[in-house]
Ligand binder design. Structure first.
Ligand code: CP3
Length: 355
């Protein structure tokens, strides 16, 4: 079913979703308690996820609508999170150009189908994108909308710079030094790459929205490795283009940004519906400076992993700080760690739901 949009900022696609705490918080409406969901909530900390994952690779799972559908629902069934997030990955975005990735155990994603040379990558990316390859994503979304009933579904993309880091390096890196050197040596080439990724991302997000997602989140994990003006021109600028293009579709846009606590003003200038921050940012300080903004965050996933008591204390501090704000969504400051004990997750979810 396609979302019905009204002219006002009402982001409800059905009667049932009108009871959504998550969409209410995005909309600045009073909620009886903060809505809660976790980045990477469908993942290896769940035994039911592990059970499926022992039979299939990660890449197979995200590409198979029945499996992606089941995995997306797992954390909703177990914990009743207030939003579901599509089980996919930011790195699928190059698939319309016939660029795929594998997931290597213990190493992370590995991009393939092009030589290490940037010109070979650019050659592939200048072909006409074939969005038909994403039919599995859109089918998964349509199926999820039928199953989720009143729980809203989030779609997502990576920020163009974050995706470019992986495409250029072809794998995870702590510093992404290759893209940094390339920015110095051939800035125009990097801009060309980022522009292609931006246009592809806009189309992919629009397609996700037309397939039924109720909100989208843009993951800006690596923008902060750029300094000063480079951050503006190579990272922020392209997120801005995506937001401008998606805003008229009238659904909440969440920007998640990591390690950017010193750049909050820049992120606010993007005018997202929700700003999602890591644990180095102070939620109450941002809320004081920008009372109209909806914030999401920011429990440290390492603390959630390490200690139930500490995690509960932190969760309480966060919720106390944000108790006067109508615009707050409880989340982690980054994705949940694969070995996080279930009892820690349960304790925090129960606490937030008891408020
Ligand atoms: O929040 C969600 O669960 C939605 C789905 C989602 C995944 N990855 C699933 C996933 C989303 C939104 C992402 C985003 C993503 N993927 C980012 C940006 C956010 C971030 O975490 O910084 C990045 C940089 C990637 C690329 C990627 N994919 C990496 C670096 C990894 C390895 C991480 C790890 O846990 O080892 C992946 C794999 C991945 N993406 C998994 C999941 C559930 C683990 C796969 C598995 O082993 O089953």
């Amino acid at each position: 079913m396609l979302p019905l949009f009204s002219k006002q900022t009402i982001w409800y696609s059905s009667e049932m979703e009108k009871n959504s705490l998550f969409l209410d918080a995005c909309n600045g409406k009073n909620t009886k308690r903060p809505p809660i969901w976790f980045m990477r909530q469908a993942g290896r900390y769940l035994p039911e996820y592990q059970a499926l994952r022992s039979k299939h690779t990660f890449v197979e799972m995200i590409h198979t609508p029945e499996l992606a559908h089941e995995v997306t629902l797992q954390p909703i069934k177990r914990y009743g999170f207030d939003a579901a997030i599509l089980y996919s990955d930011i790195l699928v975005i190059a698939e319309p150009f016939d660029i795929y990735f594998d997931f290597i155990e213990g190493k992370g994603p590995q991009l393939r189908n092009y030589d290490d040379d940037i010109h070979d990558l650019m050659n592939k990316l200048t072909a006409a994108p074939n969005f038909d390859v994403f039919s599995y994503v859109y089918e998964t979304i349509r199926e999820l909308k039928l199953s989720l009933k009143s729980t809203p579904l989030l779609g997502f993309s990576g920020s163009p710079f974050t995706v470019a880091c992986y495409l250029i390096e072809k794998q995870s890196s702590k510093t992404f030094s290759t893209i940094k050197s390339l920015i110095e040596e051939s800035p125009d080439l990097v801009h060309k790459l980022l522009k292609i990724l931006t246009d592809t991302t806009i189309q992919h997000l629009k397609n996700q929205i037309n397939s039924g997602v109720n909100a989208v989140q843009i993951f800006d994990t690596w923008g902060a490795i750029l300094e000063g003006d480079l951050y503006h021109s190579f990272s922020l600028n392209y997120i801005q283009q995506i937001i401008k293009a998606i805003k008229p579709l009238n659904i909440p846009i969440i920007v998640y940004s990591k390690n950017t606590h010193q750049r909050i003003n820049d992120l606010i200038s993007l005018n997202p519906t929700v700003l999602s921050v890591d644990w180095n940012s102070s939620l109450d300080k941002i809320a004081e400076d920008y009372p109209a903004l909806c914030l999401q965050g920011n429990l440290n996933p390492h603390i959630l992993h390490d200690s139930k008591e500490e995690a509960l204390l932190q969760a309480k501090t966060i919720c106390n700080e944000m108790k006067d704000s109508q615009r707050f969504i409880f989340n982690l400051g980054h994705g949940i760690l694969p070995k996080t004990p279930l009892s820690h997750v349960e304790a925090v979810v129960n606490y937030v739901k008891s408020l």
